[in-house]
Design a protein around this ligand. Structure first.
Ligand SMILES: Nc1ncnc2c1ncn2[C@@H]1O[C@H](COP(=O)(O)OP(=O)(O)OP(=O)(O)O)[C@@H](O)[C@H]1O
Length: 298
């Protein structure tokens, strides 16, 4: 598999086909990912969301080639994840959930090591970003606070101005002001003529994501539950709550376009996609990302 274009002709930055991943846990097989198929067009900003243990880190690790999937395959910028050439590595930034730093080196020394590896490294930009994030570059990594370690890890992922940025829960330890600056810096390119950066970011901070994403991918128990443009989800995915007998009349049972349905105390809550479900026009109401997440995981 090596898709390079979406059906509308946009280049594909990330493609996954039938990705599955199993771990051995306490002598038994545990499925972390199952049948994950995904295409991310270049320039998209995708929020990857799911409950603890849904498989977000596992998916990101497979995509960047740090974990070998049990089945399926994926590509980044057209190259197989498990065999990324240096030309693609030079265009990729990855930040793991737990900052991968050398305890005994300070921020400046991390940047120096990094600059030797990446031809696109831009020291002036890296220092500016560090200053903006108020990251003390002279302090050894082991003595940085958890939030500052996270900032340094993200700074290293961004310092070479990558075309594709994959970040695993990068803002969990940042205070609200740092998060705002951080989110802005994710998209800035060195020069205005450069194409927009493709970003895949997992986070539990849904209100931060909601402000910046073009697409959202919902992962539940290792499976992709829903992936779409965020604008389309806010326009077409709707929640309807009504007495159980009325839901039967409306034909909103498990069927095409019904994303989730639950019944409690004689009332039914149906989450449906108005593009495909058989529902009266204007039925239900749209949801923000927090509520949509809660409904899909109820
Ligand atoms: N190295 C491992 N060995 C065994 N099981 C693992 C390993 N890494 C992850 N898992 C299991 O795989 C599943 C998915 O974990 P993963 O870390 O991908 O979830 P996540 O969505 O990133 O969770 P969180 O939001 O808590 O970070 C979990 O059940 C986890 O226990």
């Amino acid at each position: 598999m090596n898709p390079v274009e979406a059906p509308d002709g946009a280049p594909i930055a990330i493609a996954a086909q039938g990705l599955g991943l199993r771990y051995r846990q306490a002598g038994a097989q545990h499925t972390a990912l199952s049948g994950v198929t995904l295409q991310v067009p270049a320039g998209a900003v995708v929020g990857l969301v799911g409950r603890n243990g849904a498989g977000k880190s596992s998916l990101l690790r497979c995509l960047v080639g740090l974990s070998a999937p049990s089945e399926g395959q994926s590509t980044l910028l057209g190259a197989p994840s498990l065999d990324l050439p240096d030309t693609v590595r030079a265009r990729l930034g990855y930040g793991a959930q737990t900052p991968d730093l050398f305890d005994w080196l300070n921020g400046e020394q991390h940047l120096q090591r990094f600059s030797a590896l990446y031809p696109g490294y831009d020291e002036r930009r890296a220092l500016m970003l560090a200053a903006r994030l108020e990251l003390p570059l002279g302090v050894r990594a082991s003595r940085l606070s958890g939030g500052d370690q996270q900032k340094l890890s993200v700074l290293l992922a961004l310092a070479h101005d990558p075309d594709l940025l994959i970040l695993d829960e990068p803002v969990a330890s940042l205070d609200p002001l740092a998060r705002r600056d951080f989110m802005r810096s994710l998209f800035e390119r060195r020069a205005p003529y450069q194409p927009p950066r493709t970003v895949l970011i997992s986070s539990h901070l849904l209100s931060d994501l909601e402000r910046v994403v073009t697409h959202v991918a919902f992962l539940r128990q290792g499976r992709l539950q829903l992936v779409d443009e965020w604008d389309a989800l806010t326009e077409h995915v709707r929640l309807l709550e009504l007495p159980a007998h009325a839901a039967v009349l409306l034909d909103l049972q498990q069927g095409p376009g019904v994303l989730h349905r639950r019944e409690k105390d004689g009332r039914v809550r149906v989450l449906f996609d108005a593009r495909t479900a058989i529902a009266p026009p204007a039925a239900g109401h749209p949801l923000g990302l927090d509520d949509l997440f809660a409904e899909l995981n109820a």
